[in-house]
Design a protein around this ligand. Structure first.
Ligand code: NAD
Length: 536
């Protein structure tokens, strides 16, 4: 299995099993004397780990413990995450990863991932040779400028690609040695970080304009040359840059932007599922967004495609989608709109949010503002007055930024709201009835899309792939979930969900000529066989 011996074996997180090395393995690898007598199983190690996690006082401490375990014993780390996904996803990803990014320079121990800064210009391809693994299939890249709802965290944003790739492995079985987290460290405009002596990043103001886009270009070209089969996931870029990069590369390179397209698919899936409760077919629904940034606009863009698929013209589709931002209803007369807002700027008089609900009468309200509490009692009551079952999505993360809490949505609507959120909320009992809020977590979508894309060796990812992923996810919401008002399936089913999404996405790629790899006879089995299993 390995030529390594003694401590080299115990220090290699890929092969290390620690106490689970058998007597024979201890003999073979020269481990006698280096481990205590007891030989344990992975299950026993997991029991010990979960107990140690329980003893920690905060989630950030749990994050640090798990991060160290990921370096020390990768398989135990993934076993723990897979078997306890509901409990540990919020620790290795949002909301705790936000805190981890804020404190990244303080809690830093071992380097994970790949850092590129402006001094690497002209040499990115060369320095990529330093990365030991050569068969990279998924790259998650950020420049740290818009980390979750937390703003510019510079190179501290590296926690995001690391966390997302851990979810790729846990949720879709992409092998960890095929994953590459990348920080394009182009500086930061965050003064606090620039003045912090512990700050780990390139200590300059952000590279901007042409020089910035040239560096990204060089990076994309270099990874295409080194890892031609890799999927590139853009993550947490500032909205205008996110759109520029996505539009530049989406038809040329195997890539997508999770904040825009992943969020869109997971939300559309929830909207599809909500029809089963409201009885209003998707094509007849009218949707209002609070917030008109990359998340909300990405959702609307995918919904246009979805409406068109249902036979509506583009014009009819656009008419079903309305936006309100910090300055009120997005209408054609406004001079403060960005390019991505323009298709949704309808001819209408300017209105406040509450007046817009009253006049436009949406069935579904989607909050993506980053502004906690934006859905007030008045907002929920207005939605309830015009809908038998109002559908409310409070997508902003972390929990403190959610547009309203699950409890408020149910209480202010007299138990009628169908509620889903970006951050997890517990079940709520209101008037003797149990309501289960669904979590519109991007992790339902991106791992499956990625798995399908790399398995079929797709050349690009079409909008249709996101529609298919949304529909496949919605189909996995059971009648029991719907009965409790939940728009998403239970998270512990995530590997089966990802496998089904991967199969559907890959099947579509074969049908549309986007797949470069010959189709295996049994596609689903072939994808399942490819999935990394962390059992020893
Ligand atoms: P963004 O900065 O691009 O856009 C924010 C938008 O909200 C802007 O249009 C702004 O005008 C508007 N806004 C801010 N405060 C407002 C207020 N009080 N009233 C009305 N409008 C207001 O950000 P983004 O990338 O679009 O992300 C927005 C939020 O969506 C973030 O908090 C993020 O956590 C969340 N999000 C959730 C998911 C998910 O749950 N699956 C995925 C992606 C993003």
């Amino acid at each position: 299995m390995t030529k390594k011996r003694n401590f080299e074996v115990l220090q290699d997180g890929v092969i290390n099993k620690s106490l689970a090395f058998s007597r024979e393995e201890r003999e073979e690898f020269g481990l006698r004397g280096l481990l205590p007598y007891s030989v344990g199983t992975q299950e026993l190690q997991l029991t010990r780990l979960m107990e140690n996690l329980r003893r920690k006082e905060s989630d950030i401490e749990r994050y640090v413990l798990l991060s160290a375990l990921q370096d020390r014993n990768e398989r135990l780390f993934y076993r723990a995450v897979i078997d306890n996904i509901e409990q540990l996803m919020p620790v290795i990803y949002t909301p705790t990863v936000g805190e981890a990014c804020r404190e990244f320079s303080q809690i830093f121990r071992e380097s994970k991932g790949f850092y590129i800064n402006p001094e690497d210009k002209g040499q990115i391809s060369q320095i990529l040779d330093n990365w030991p693994k050569k068969d990279i299939r998924v790259i998650v890249v950020t420049d740290g400028q818009r980390i979750l709802g937390l703003g510019d965290l510079g190179s501290n944003g590296m926690g995001i690609p690391i966390g997302k790739l851990a979810l790729y492995c846990a949720c879709a079985g992409i092998s960890p040695d095929q994953c590459l987290p990348v920080m394009l460290d182009v500086g930061t405009n965050n003064e606090e970080l620039l003045n912090d002596i512990l700050y780990l990043g390139y200590p300059h103001k952000r590279l901007e304009g042409e020089a910035y886009f040239e560096l990204v270009d060089e990076f994309i070209e270099a990874v295409q040359e080194k890892y031609p089969k890799a999927l590139i996931q853009f993550e947490d870029f500032l909205t205008p840059n996110a759109y520029t990069l996505l539009n530049k590369y989406r038809n040329k390179v195997l890539c997508f932007n999770d904040d825009i397209q992943g969020t869109a698919a997971v939300t559309l899936s929830g909207v599809y599922a909500s029809s089963r409760i409201t009885g209003t077919p998707f094509k007849d629904s009218k949707i209002m967004f609070l917030g008109a940034g990359s998340a909300a606009t990405g959702i609307a863009d995918l919904m246009v495609t979805a409406y068109e698929k249902e036979g509506l013209s583009k014009e009819e589709a656009l008419k079903r989608l309305w936006f309100v931002d910090i300055n009120g209803l997005v209408v054609s007369g406004r001079d403060d709109l960005m390019a991505h807002n323009l298709p949704y700027a309808h001819d209408h008089q300017p209105l406040t949010f509450v007046d817009a609900i009253e006049e436009i009468k949406p069935n579904i309200l989607i909050g993506a503002t980053g502004f906690g509490g934006a859905f007030t009692r008045e907002v929920i009551e207005k939605m309830t007055a015009i809908n038998e079952r109002p559908v409310i999505f409070a997508l902003s993360n972390p929990t403190s930024r959610a547009e309203c809490t699950a409890h408020h949505a149910y209480a202010w609507s007299n138990g009628k709201a169908i509620f889903a959120s970006g951050s997890p909320f517990n079940k709520v009992t209101y008037s003797g009835r149990v309501h289960k809020p669904g979590q519109g977590n991007n992790a339902y979508i991106f791992p499956g899309i990625g798995l399908g894309a790399i398995h079929a060796e797709m050349s690009t990812i079409s909008d249709e792939a996101f529609l298919i992923a949304a529909q496949t996810l919605a189909n996995q919401v059971s009648d029991e979930d719907i009965e409790l008002g939940s728009l998403y399936p239970p998270l512990p089913n995530i590997r089966e969900i990802s496998l089904n999404i991967a199969e559907a996405v890959a099947e579509n790629a074969y049908a549309t000529g986007l797949a470069k790899r010959p189709r295996p006879e049994n596609l689903k089995q072939s994808i399942a066989d490819y999935m990394f299993d962390p059992t020893y």
